[in-house]
Ligand binder design. Structure first.
Ligand code: SF4
Ligand code: SF4
Length: 383
């Protein structure tokens, strides 16, 4: 089976919001030309024919406007045919109007938006009026049948409010994607917000327990991803897989980067879609070489960890932030990942050896709905 490929398109780094911990928004940045979208699709078409997901990220991608998406989505599909293209978008939805929603719905684009909890928590971190504008955009999205999941950024300030945040997600029926506030290579603004790794580990175990306690009203995508990784023995999201060479981001001017988090940083630029670099040319760039060193470091450093096969040292970007770009450690969230993976593996093993675990699940002889980790697995399979 061919490895799925992920292309992130960053139409602009501009964003109308002003979240306190955000390091990826500017207020006057340029917007991508359609010619660059065409060049990105042609570059990818020449590089491989793997199944591809194209995610529009930012800044705020909807700043590019409805005409951009009306032209870009069919253009990408056409130039990458006959392979199927799955789209996705990360947006605060403030600028979603009926015209843009119509084109996104026609191309089946699921959207991840952001709310960090009830308005008193969200607007404190993301700015006054943020909740209202995002909720208005969510209504437009729902009217057009667009699927919306909600990214919840937990900061050092908001993590103690976790009960109220979970309650907010349950009451509203939102699917949560947890995002721990991170330090950045670009500046030190997020430092007071960054969630310490130990607190992140506590939060993951707390959310695991909450998902188990409220199986019908709470879904946290990160918990699903962690459980799935342990169960299938393979990371299924970028943090827990080797992203180098299977993920690229294209910035507003056509610059190629290893991931959206590097866009705009000259030392991480690997070329331009307008020049159509080959894979061998990308592999020769200093940015690729530095990230390849991360892989080697993980093999050595994490060799004795029982989770290495499906953790892979975490995110290389997180790993190099503390050192300004040099590979001297794994993702500092190792502590959190290890805590969550230990908890899931130990509970899963206990369920297996309780005599009613895997056999009942695999043969269907089990009566009633399984609880515990196996219950989460079964819900994932049946979705
Ligand atoms: S650098 Fe991190 S966020 Fe980016 S694709 Fe890799 S694992 Fe994902
Ligand atoms: S949990 Fe930590 S030590 Fe284990 S593989 Fe992940 S990053 Fe490495």
């Amino acid at each position: 089976m061919k490895t799925p490929f992920h292309l992130m398109i960053i139409p602009t780094l501009r964003c109308p919001a002003k979240c306190s911990y955000c390091w990826s928004s500017e207020h006057t940045a340029p917007v991508m030309e359609l010619e660059t979208v065409r060049a990105a699709a042609d570059w990818l078409a020449e590089m491989n024919d793997n199944p591809v997901t194209v995610t529009f990220h930012g800044g705020e991608p909807l700043v590019a406007g409805s005409e951009f998406f009306e032209a870009a989505l069919p253009m990408i599909e056409e130039r990458l045919a006959p392979r199927t293209v799955a789209f996705a978008m990360q947006s605060n939805l403030w600028l979603l109007d009926d015209r843009t929603a119509t084109v996104l719905a026609a191309h089946n684009v699921p959207i991840g938006t952001s709310l960090d909890g009830p308005p008193q928590i969200n607007d404190l971190q993301r700015g006054k009026g943020y909740t209202e504008r995002t909720r208005a955009g969510m209504e437009v999205a729902h009217r057009h049948g667009l699927r919306v999941s909600v990214i919840c950024t937990f900061t050092a300030q908001s993590a103690p409010e976790r009960d109220a945040i979970v309650e907010f997600f349950r009451e509203n029926g939102f699917v949560m994607k947890l995002h721990p506030a991170l330090p950045s290579l670009r500046d030190d603004r997020p430092e007071p917000y960054a969630l310490p790794p130990e607190d992140y580990g506590d939060l993951l175990v707390y959310l695991l327990d909450q998902c188990l306690a409220h199986p019908d009203s709470l879904r946290v995508m990160n918990i699903d991803d962690l459980v799935k990784a342990v169960f299938v023995r393979r990371g299924t999201v970028c943090t827990f897989a080797d992203c180098l060479g299977t993920t690229f981001a294209v910035g507003p001017d056509g610059g190629i980067y290893p991931c959206y988090r590097f866009v705009g940083m000259e030392e991480w630029r690997m070329g331009s879609v307008h020049e159509k670099p080959t894979r061998a040319e990308l592999e020769a760039t200093p940015a690729w070489q530095r990230l390849a060193a991360f892989r080697g470091f993980v093999d050595e450093h994490c060799g004795s960890c029982r989770h290495v096969r499906y953790c892979r040292g975490g995110c290389p970007y997180n790993a190099i932030v503390p050192t300004g770009g040099e590979v001297t450690g794994v993702d500092p969230h190792c502590v959190a990942y290890r805590r969550a993976y230990d908890e899931i593996s130990d509970r899963l093993n206990a369920e297996m050896f309780s005599g009613d675990g895997m056999m009942g699940f695999a043969t269907g002889r089990r009566t009633g709905t399984p609880t515990g980790i196996m219950g989460l697995v079964q819900r994932m399979v049946s979705r």
